[in-house]
Every structure is written in C-alpha cells, then in structure tokens.
Design a binder for this molecule. Sequence first.
Ligand code: AMP
Length: 578
Amino acid sequence: MLFLEVCKIFNKIENTPKRLEKMDYFIELIKMAEKEGSPSNLKKICYLSIGRVYPEYENKELGIGPNILMEAIKSIGIKEKELLKSIKETGDIALSIEKLSSQIKQVSLFQKPPTLEEVYETLKKVVEIEGVNSQKKKIRHISNLFLITSPLERRYIARIILEDMRIGMNVPTILGAFSKYFNVPKEKLERIYSVVNDIGIIGAKLMLGVDLDKDQDLKLRLFRPIKPMLAQLIPSIEDAIKEIGTPQFETKYDGARIQVHKKGNAVKIYSRKLEDITNSLPEIVEEVKKLKEHSMIIEGECVAIDLNTGHPRPFQDILRRFRRKYYIDKMREEITLRAYFFDILYCNEILIDRPLRERRKILEKILFEHNNWEMEREKIEREIKSPKKIDISYKLTTDSVERVDEFYRWSLSIGHEGIMIKNPDAPYTPGSRVKTMYKFKPTLESLDVVITKAKIGMGKRKDWYGSFEISIKNGENGDLCPIGHVGSGLSEEELDKLSKMIESIKIEEIEGEVIVEPKIVLEVTYEEIQESDKYECGYALRFPRVVKIREDKSPEDINTLEDVKRIFHIQKGKGIIK
Ligand code: AMP
C-alpha cells in the first residue's frame, strides 16, 4: 500500500468537519487494508491517523519538537525566512513544508514512492534512536523521508512527527467506524478499548474476525497498563449515602497514582499517564516483590511522607521522585515514599468485573492489612510515622453521616485531600469517570486545564512567559475550549521551568502571544466559575490561580466542559462546599 494513497484519504478526512463523513472515509482505509489482506497495515493506519507510531499504552514519543523539525526542513533546501513567513501565515509547519516543496532538492527520478510500511518503519526508527547525537540522527532520517515523498505526504509526515495530525480523527471516531463497518456494537468496542488502550490491535483483530469475547490479546494483561477508573465530584456526604446506600469511604491521599504489575519477580510500575516509572521507585518495587502472590495488578496512591509528622510532603516532592532518572538512591534518602494501595485488578485471574467488596478482601489478604479506620484507628495513627513503604488505604464502611464527617475531618487533619466514596458493589471500569466512585474535598474542585497560549510577562517577569491561556475540553468532540488566563500562583522557579517547556512546544507567535501545542497540564483553583460570553464555552474562571504543574497528567486527563457545568451548578445551587 502506497503511503500516498493513505495520505489522500487523510486529506479527505481533514477536509470535512462532519464526524460521520470522517468515519466513512476511514472505512475506505479499512477497505484498502482489507483488500490487501493486511491487518497489520490497518494497525499502522490507526496509529498514524491519531498522530502516533506506537500503541497508546506504550507511551513512547517521537521526541521531536517543532525546532528539530524545522532543522530537518531547512536541511533539505527550504529557506528559513520563507518558512517562517509561511508558518506565520498558515499557523502550521506541516502546511508550510507542503507549500514550499518546490524548493526541496530533487532526488533521483527513479526513486519509487514509499509504501505505508516504509514510512512507518522509518518513523519507528526515529522513536528508537537514543543516546549521543540522537537528535542529529533523527533529523537525518526525517530529512531523508522528506526527500523521497510528495508534498501531500510531507504534510502528514510532519504532523505525525509533531504528534498532532489535525485531521480530526480520534479513538472514538475510529471505534465508530469499526462499529459501522464490522457491525459490532460501539459500547462493546469501547469496553475492549478501555482495557487494551491500543486502537490498532482492535482494528487488526476485527479484520481477522476473531471472537472478541475470547481473544486473550483483548483482555486485561500483565505489563500492559490500563487507564485508571476516575472519580466524580459529589456535593455532599448526604448525597453520596443517598445514592450508594452504605458506601466504602477512604482517605483521599495527596500523592500520585500508581499501577503496579507483578509476575513472579518481575515488577513494573506505571504512572496514571501509563509511563513506566519502575526505575524511579525502587523501594516500592522491593516491597511488592516480597508479596507472596505470583501475578497481580494493584493500584494505589504514592505519597511522599514526612516521617516526623506522618503527613504528606508537597506534591512537587513526589514528582521529583517520579521523574528521576539519575541519583535515585540519593533521592530515596531525601524523599520517603509510601504507597497506599486501594484496588486490585488482577490476581492470578482478571478481577475487574468483581465487586469492589470482593476485590478489597483479596487486597487485604495479600497485604495482610485491613486498616479499618473505626476498629484500628490507634494502630493507623501509630503507623503513620513508621517507615512502612506499602500499606492499604484507610477505610470506613457506614451509612452514618456523623461517622463519615469524623473520618473526613480526621483525613484532613493528617494532611490529606479529603475522602473517596466508593460503591462496594461496583466493578472496576477502566478509564471512565464513573458514578460508582466519588471524591469529596473541602474546597471547590480544582480544575485540570491545559495551556493553549502564553504571553511574555511584565516587570519582574519580563524574562519569562507570565500569563497563560488555559483551556478545558469539550467532552463531546474533544475540542479544547479556553476558559481563562492564569498568571498567579507560580514561583520564579516554576515560571522559569514553564517558560522552557513553552519554548519547546511553541507553534506560532501572533502579536506577542504564542500558540503552543496543548501539552502542559496545570491544576488551577479559582474563586468561582462565572457565566461569561468572553469565551466561546460560555464560562470563565474568576481569579484562577495555579496550584501545581501537573506533570503526572496528560492533556487527555483535563477536565471537561461538562465538569465545569456541574461545578457551576453545585456552586450555584448548594453554595460552596465547606
Ligand atoms: P482527582 O485526581 O482529583 O480526579 O481524584 C482522583 C484521584 O485521587 C485518583 O486518580 C487517585 O490518584 C487519587 N486517590 C487518592 N486516594 C485515593 C483512594 N483512596 N482511592 C482512589 N483514588 C485515590
């Protein structure tokens, strides 16, 4: 299959705003792969159409920012001045290279146009290049690709490299196309996707005609991390009891989520963004290895603990541990970690369809702990300052508002964020914000937003970007919607760091404001959410303030317009939750 044929359809997809038409064009791609009898080509098409080379769960990135791409473009003869001018006009590096293609040095006329496999393999190579001179080597591979392709292909190669296809294809739309073409209910495909996190494998299996209910590759599997189940906000404890009956309440720890996979002596730890962070957390790995059970997947919150108080240390400390590649032993001395496990998804067999109460029992057996707050409060309080590295979450199962209120206040008094409220009868539903798990925190919910634009600061901040346009996501179509500008809450150190990050993801500058790739997630608080016509989404944050740069979260994790509407409703109808 020629890459150009695929690009021609990408172009059709790009040119229609209608989702159903996009789906129909994608079906043309499925048919092309089917005609060749190549499930593996369909797999590649799936990844490329969402701007990836590897499956979503693998978290491997091409590691090429716009600056390196520009170097590659210049190295094949396109003049910098004209390139910059065109980027300014089009707002798109990819369209600029396509437009300026006539400047590219000619290669032999006998050069055959590349196939999908050839382009894909080169891109894969680019991902895998590491070490000394890796950037130079990456540039060389990319320039070679540009030399042997046509203008349209160049557009899409550039976009894949930037991991931003801009054709409006996303996983839900591809699943929609699969559902239509292969005649399988969309909900079923969504359920499978939430476990495999790999759109390519679903396409390949559908084309192969396997039994989707039985195929082992489509089931939860050790060492293939899954997206965690997410919680919703609830206005009050009373509401939670009304809805669930007798919920299981747990302390909501102030840390970062981890998913630990173990098979015998092999242990891997994944972050909520599904990054492999095993090497950064050796003490947790050691403790998990000691657990008797052979195979398991457990989930918990990893907290940086101040052993003098037993309270969590600032969130930045946990990130310092998570992202560490060097001097890990030294850091381990400096920042003590403790993982509080709260769920188990696999224990010699898949457990996600079992109710929480059963999963919790299994987890308690494995960890030899109950941490039943009412019965073991003294023990818990004693152990809080101990050097214990792994533990089970503190729980309270009750329908008494007074007892929950006490537990909630106690959880806050030991420095954590609030409480989680879980339905003991509920299965584990990966990747979705469910109505079976809630969170209750003392302030109005903070929002996770993504930076979409940045402006240079003034006065003392003139050397940094000092003001950022922040956006949420429209849950229906995935579009980003600006909801405010934030500048406060950041230390000089953080401003410096953010500015460097912004430089590397800059797309275009218009009147002193730069548009950036939506990659940096911030957690912000605000005084309130207002209805406003300043932004298209209809809402604006009043006095937003940055709480944290959430390097542990990805743009997919940000809050949605629906969340904002819900918080607005809570704020309006019930007053601010105290
Ligand atoms: P949020 O990030 O505010 O949406 O809150 C949900 C997050 O709380 C989860 O992703 C976990 O990382 C974290 N968390 C802390 N303690 C618990 C707990 N006991 N059970 C479940 N999630 C928890």
